[in-house]
Design a protein. Structure first.
Length: 370
């Protein structure tokens, strides 16, 4: 970890385990081990904070017996991993059910991130899940989907960004009219053309499942993951789970996409410098092979500015005491705005056009809290 200015013995061990689980390979080094019981507890807390406890567990099971965590910590980890697996199975059923219901109503439905990206992992059920984000390509379809849900007697709420959310069999589902989290008005026509040009594809959430759902095409999905990480890095903070998603996406799709096409998209959306920073973190801390990344990346961009935000923010800032669920709506909105302005130099260095859009957007919360 040559550049790990913010690193320590425990963080090194955590990252070694994470990479082993992410790529399903032997640990690159055992020099960080053994760990004391207290140190294992800290590794466990980091995994929880970054919502990668399932992936890290896949690394732990590759340790020699004499280096594994104490029995009490290992037991807690096993229980959590089992819960993650069961939750993922339930989430997959909900996704398949909703997509089938909407299809019967002649509503095109696109699954964003989440369970679709989990399918890129060697063990999809080990990726910790959140909610379900569904995108509808037209306003008419979005309105029709919203109405259909209400007709089932489901109570819906409205987000500040215009999305609706509701509980479907214990899972939070959100409906969106925007596929990509890019807000600069100068990019919208290009993004609309891009969506029409490269569109969508279908996948199975699990290899053994014969049901298919619609997701964004590989290039469009990479752009979606990229800008979603950027949005949260500029605001509340971003976690390693989202970077693991990006790492797996590059790895799985690098042989099936035109890299020059992705580079051109990054140029036209003003994301070149940001993407160089993101790629440097993926290589340095997650071990993404350079051949998986776009060809014209700047291999000399320091990963430290983004890694520092990751360590501070956890998964979308959830590790921060400022994101306590006991705080009021307005307190969370204030924290969102404060987070953005605290990172203002970062924003204007790596994504100036998006930064300008944020400055002139009256409700930061509606952009970041999604």
């Amino acid at each position: 970890m040559s550049e790990l200015q913010y690193s320590n013995h425990i963080t090194d061990a955590f990252l070694v385990l994470l990479k082993a689980g992410l790529w399903e390979k032997d640990l690159e080094s055992l020099s960080c081990f053994p760990l004391t019981s207290e140190e294992w507890h800290e590794v466990y807390q980091q995994a929880l904070c970054q919502t990668v406890s399932g992936i890290v567990y896949r690394g732990i099971i590759r340790l020699p017996d004499h280096l594994i965590p104490p029995e009490d910590i290992l037991l807690r980890w096993v229980v959590r991993v089992d819960a993650i697996e069961q939750r993922n199975r339930h989430m997959n059923e909900v996704v398949n059910e909703l997509c089938s219901l909407f299809k019967n109503e002649e509503i095109r439905t696109v699954l964003q991130k989440g369970q679709g990206i989990a399918s890129l992992y060697e063990y999809p059920l080990m990726r910790e899940c959140g909610d379900i984000d569904l995108y509808f390509p037209s306003r008419k379809e979005r309105n029709k989907a919203d109405l259909f849900v209400r007709q089932q007697g489901i109570q819906t709420g409205k987000g500040a960004d215009g999305s609706i959310h509701y509980d479907w069999k214990g899972v939070i589902v959100e409906h969106h009219s925007r596929l990509l989290d890019l807000y600069s008005p100068f990019r919208q026509d290009y993004l609309n053309q891009l969506e029409k040009k490269i569109g969508f594809s279908t996948i199975r959430l699990l290899k053994e499942d014969d049901r298919e759902v619609t997701v964004a095409s590989s290039v469009l999905n990479l752009l979606m993951l990229n800008v979603h990480i950027l949005k949260h890095a500029m605001g509340l903070g971003v976690g390693l789970r989202q970077l693991c998603d990006m790492a797996r996406a590059y790895y799985k799709w690098h042989g099936t996409m035109e890299k020059h096409e992705l580079c051109e998209i990054y140029r036209k959306t003003g994301l070149v410098r940001w993407s160089n920073l993101l790629h440097s973190v993926l290589m340095e801390y997650l071990g993404v092979p350079v051949f998986c990344l776009p060809d014209d990346i700047d291999k000399h961009e320091s990963p430290l500015p983004l890694f520092h935000i990751i360590q501070q923010g956890g998964n979308f800032g959830h590790s921060s005491v400022c994101r306590s669920i006991s705080r009021t709506e307005w307190q969370r909105k204030l924290f969102t705005a404060q987070s953005f302005f605290r990172n203002v130099r970062f924003v204007f260095r790596y994504a100036p056009w998006e930064g300008l859009t944020m400055v002139f957007t009256t409700d930061y919360y509606s952009i970041f809290y999604r």
